[in-house]
Each structure stands twice: as C-alpha cells, then as structure tokens.
Design a protein around this ligand. Sequence first.
Ligand code: PEP
Length: 246
Amino acid sequence: GRARMTWIGTSWKMNKTLAEARAFVDGLVAARSALDGVRAFVIPAHTAIAAVRERLPADVPVLIGAQNAHWEPAGAYTGEVSMGMIADVGATLVEIGHSERRQHFGETDETVALKVAAAVAAGLTPLLCVGEPAGVRAAGGETDWVAGQVSRGLSRLATPDLHKVVVAYEPVWAIGDLGREAQPYEIAPVMEMLSARFRPAAVLYGGSVNRRNAAALLGVPGTDGLFVGRAAWDVAEFIELVRIAA
Ligand code: PEP
C-alpha cells in the first residue's frame, strides 16, 4: 500500500442547499467504514459548513474545509469572513487561490500569500491551489510557472510552517466543464517538482478527476491524493473515489 494515507476530497463550489449538504453527510455516515483508510475532506459553501459539522458524527473521519476566507482577523470588510470565523464553525482546511477565484474575483499571488499566512496563524491547513493556463502549457512552461506560483503563495510563511500547507495542482485547462482530462505523463513533472522542491504536507492533483481516471492519476509519483469537483458532488460517486484511493 501507500506509505501515507491518501487524501481524497471535494469542493462543492457554489452548490448545495442545507438539505442537500445534510443528505451528502448522511451518505458519508452510511459508508463510514470506507473512510477509515483515507484522509477524506469536504469543502461546502460557507453557508453549509456549520450544518455539515453538526451533522457529521465526531468519529466519522472526514475533514471539513472552506472555499475561501479573508486574511484580516476582523473588521470593516463587508461580505467577507475571517479564518477565525470558519475555524469557529468547524473548518480545519481552507482552499486558497482556486483558479476560479483568480479569474473572477481578483485573487492574486499577493492576496494568496496573505491568506496562506493568515490560515496558518489561525491554526487552519491551507489548501493552496495552483496551475497553469492553456497557453503556458502549450509553450511548455508549466513547471516553472507552477513553481513560481507556489513560491509566491508561500512567501509570507516562516520556513518551519511550510510543511503545514497542502498544495493542489490544478491545471486551468483541465478544470470544469470545458476542461480536458490530463494524462498522467502530462502532470508527472509538475507533481514531482512540487513534492521534491516544497515538501508540503501533501500534493494533490485536481482537474476533471473521475472514477475512470482516478487510479492512474494517483499512481503519478509525488501524488498524495486527489481534489475533485463535479465527479464527487454525488455522495455515492465520492465514496466510489474513496474506495479507489484507499
Ligand atoms: C476544481 O475546480 O478544483 C476541480 C477539480 O473541478 P472538476 O473536478 O470539476 O474539474
């Protein structure tokens, strides 16, 4: 088997009502025994974090995350929530710098760096998302591009804290409905660079992962787990991925 437990998680993005979130949790509980062999995580919208925490029995090993949080601890920042607030409602992980936030909400390497440092200061595990756009990939520049994104994202952390970060490599061209699936050979150099150069807590791969390609992607050296969007929003599919990762 693998030396360390494999991470397998999903972000729901801007999806799921409270009822839908609770139904997903009930599906996790029903498949409880499958979860022992993996490090599973679920990242609801902010509105459902507390409900998921309350519904999930403490002995069911699933981590809960948030999709974003602000770097300031409190104050006049209308519409934002702080790292401390999401920790208070039960999150232990926080996604930072997803490509959709960089594309639509003005997230930059500088705001990412502030958020990574604030997350660690609040006792949360940052899930730092990085990945090159299609043009960079076409020019063969992906490994340097991603290394630069990670260096800048970690730039406000003290060196001893680098091992507290989980990095998710998510090539922009492989994410979402318009994405195409990455082949293992296409991601291998980047995954190996991330694990060897930055030595984070884990390096995850994300982008059009599903039950057909999960095992091959998990086999890429340097890969500690998978971060899944669409293919894991149905809890039965999520459990299927858990079984593949176990
Ligand atoms: C993502 O957006 O992080 C993601 C992995 O999405 P999908 O699996 O739907 O491509």
